[in-house]
Write a new protein. Structure first.
Length: 415
């Protein structure tokens, strides 16, 4: 039996223990884990430095290094996120509906864990703890397969997690790391139906599409983020500039960062020079269509491919549109269904945008950077789903549960 099969079997066994674990015991373990993460800050920084050195030697871009990097403050944030998960309401065991049928059977709908969850992800060590904490609180075991670029960081984090679980009398196999980071092992994991109930990919478009296309384990698709801001003719332009800078520049390497700016033609002459000036502090490269280009001092001509691209960098595609309808049509054609925003003081325009844009999160006068489990009040998140079955948008505890029907009778038989 391979390492993957052994860990898959152990995860399945652990999931049955967690399914009946009390909320009190789960919360106590999570609070202990948060303390242990902080207590092992230096260990985690040392492990992360090994990954950073290797990534720099490979010529990894700074925006990607930022996704990989742990700092004391980020480790504290990870620990605090774990405490937030402990403070959240436990969905497991909640009966969401109860009714009687014609046979006088009492039928209830009850939340139960998904079981054993596999997660394939890239670069970001914080995902290791976010995934472990959320899956654990929802009564699930988790099998983690991180990218090779974060191997030492993930290994150290999982050692801390397993130790914390063991110290609280819980199976360390509830959270396991696949240490073989080869593509072959990842593909084997995608077909581990005997042990895994659900597979969740987190990473770039290529990783996600590979999992969606090749997995036989059911997949919850977390999408890439080709996110847009549309500046309407009725926009507050100063507000629009602030939101644009935040959406593009606060952390360009994450999936809720803005990749395309759409501007109504009636405000293009006023807004685009303002946008260029605001973005110049961050040296954002502007890739402009033919109608936007005349309003910039410095730009690169945009190709059609640019409007499909998740840059994850200080690059912004820019297009001038003649109407709200054209902006919506562009977003629905080029977007990935993640997060979209309109800046406008026109109520009817805002409602049309929210009604007609096909995305998991649609904003009016706010940054797309809020599409996040923490910001939505879910504690940590397992990912942001851009599909429509089971879960959509930031996935918290409830999205890591399924339903079970419980039926109470008094001897009824069906005629």
């Amino acid at each position: 039996m391979s390492e993957l099969e052994q860990k898959g079997r152990a995860a399945k066994t652990a999931s049955r223990v967690l399914a009946t674990c009390t909320t009190q015991k789960k919360n106590a373990a999570l609070l202990h884990l948060a303390d242990q993460i902080e207590n092992h800050t230096q260990l985690l920084l040392t492990a992360n430095e090994k990954d950073l050195v290797a990534a720099k030697e490979k010529g990894t871009a700074e925006t990607m290094l930022d996704r990989l990097r742990l700092t004391e403050s980020r480790i504290a944030e990870i620990a605090n996120g774990t405490r937030q998960v402990a403070a959240l309401k436990d969905p497991v065991g909640e009966v969401t509906q109860m009714w009687q049928n014609e046979a006088n059977l009492t039928i209830g709908k009850k939340r139960v864990p998904l079981g054993a969850i596999g997660i394939i992800y890239e670069s970001r060590p914080n995902v290791t703890v976010d995934a472990a904490a959320l899956c654990f609180k929802a009564g699930n075991a988790v099998l983690l397969r991180g990218g090779s670029e974060a191997f030492h960081s993930n290994q150290a984090l999982v050692e801390v997690i397993q130790s914390a679980l063991s110290e609280r009398g819980l199976p360390p196999a509830a959270v396991q790391l696949i240490e073989d980071t080869s593509r072959e092992t990842a593909r084997e994991m995608m077909k581990l139906n005997q042990y895994l109930d659900v597979l969740i990919p987190r990473g770039g478009a290529k990783l996600i599409q590979t999992v969606v296309q090749e997995a036989t384990v059911p997949v919850i698709e977390t999408g890439t983020g080709n996110c847009h801001i549309y500046v309407d003719e009725a926009a507050d332009l100063e507000m629009a500039a602030r939101i644009l800078v935040n959406g593009k520049c606060s952390r360009p390497s994450v999936c809720n960062a803005v990749e395309t700016l759409l501007v109504h033609e009636k405000v293009a002459a006023r807004f685009l020079p303002l946008a260029e000036q605001a973005l110049s502090t961050f040296q954002v490269e502007l890739r402009a269509d033919s109608q936007a280009a005349p309003f910039f001092k410095k730009y690169t001509a945009a190709s059609d491919e640019d409007f499909y691209t998740e840059f994850l960098d200080y690059i912004l595609a820019v297009k001038v549109v003649p109407s709200l309808d054209e902006a919506i049509a562009h977003i629905n054609q080029y977007g990935t269904g993640h997060s979209e925003a309109i800046i406008t003081n026109d109520y009817f325009a805002s409602q049309q945008f929210q009604n007609e844009v096909d995305a998991a999160a649609v904003y009016v006068n706010a940054s797309t950077r809020f599409t996040d489990g923490f910001a939505f009040g879910f504690g940590a998140e397992i990912g942001i789903s851009t599909q429509k079955l089971h879960a959509r948008g930031p996935m918290g505890l409830v999205e890591l549960t399924s339903n079970k029907y419980i039926i109470l009778g008094q001897g009824q038989i069906r005629e």
